[in-house]
Design a protein around this ligand. Sequence first.
Ligand SMILES: Nc1nc2c(c(=O)[nH]1)N[C@H]1C(S)=C(S)[C@@H](COP(=O)(O)O)O[C@H]1N2
Ligand SMILES: [Mo]
Length: 203
Amino acid sequence: MGNLTNPLVPSEVAKLPKNPRLPPGQRWISEFPVRTVERSPPVFNPDTWTLTIDGEVDTPLTLSYAELRALPTTTQTSDFHCVEGWSVPDNRWEGIRLNVLAARVRPRPHALYVTFHAEHGYASGIPLEMALADDVLLAWSRNGTNLSVDDGWPLRLVVPRLYAYKSVKWVRRITFTQDVELGYWEQRGFHQEADPWREQRTS
Ligand SMILES: Nc1nc2c(c(=O)[nH]1)N[C@H]1C(S)=C(S)[C@@H](COP(=O)(O)O)O[C@H]1N2
Ligand SMILES: [Mo]
């Protein structure tokens, strides 16, 4: 892991609720270090950008950026845990719950997983059951500020209960599938389930 220049200072750590808030092997830091495998973030054009939701669904859907932003929004505060060992507490995300979009496309009974594809090939997937939970968001803002391009603007996934490689930045396609599709890091030895409480870092 690279040097972290922004550890949460002890007085701030002392204010956080005690265990089990911090998963094993993690430490609190105050700000997100950018983690991007793509060479550069995609360029966003609100007139041509689309979000496609397809796969094992009754009514596949492609939304323009304006249509996306017209959907009912929500805010959700959660901690963020990277598999490298850092965690950022209390992120107030604003966005759209994935279950709002799922209700629009209606997953078929044999849809068991959801894979999130970034604009330039990064991908990761989670079980449908978790994807439909109220804490899973497609977000554009954190702590009252629009995401930076490096943090996934205009749209990133947030899956707070799994390691952050599941929280795909620059999401453009969401595909419901019957079988697991291994994502970018999952194909490179990281754990498909990625539960920080069970330290599922590598498979
Ligand atoms: N498209 C894309 N999404 C991604 C990644 C990435 O490289 N590309 N990295 C993941 C990892 S490992 C982490 S820790 C978080 C980091 O989010 P941040 O760069 O906003 O801090 O994004 C996740 N989503
Ligand atoms: Mo990460």
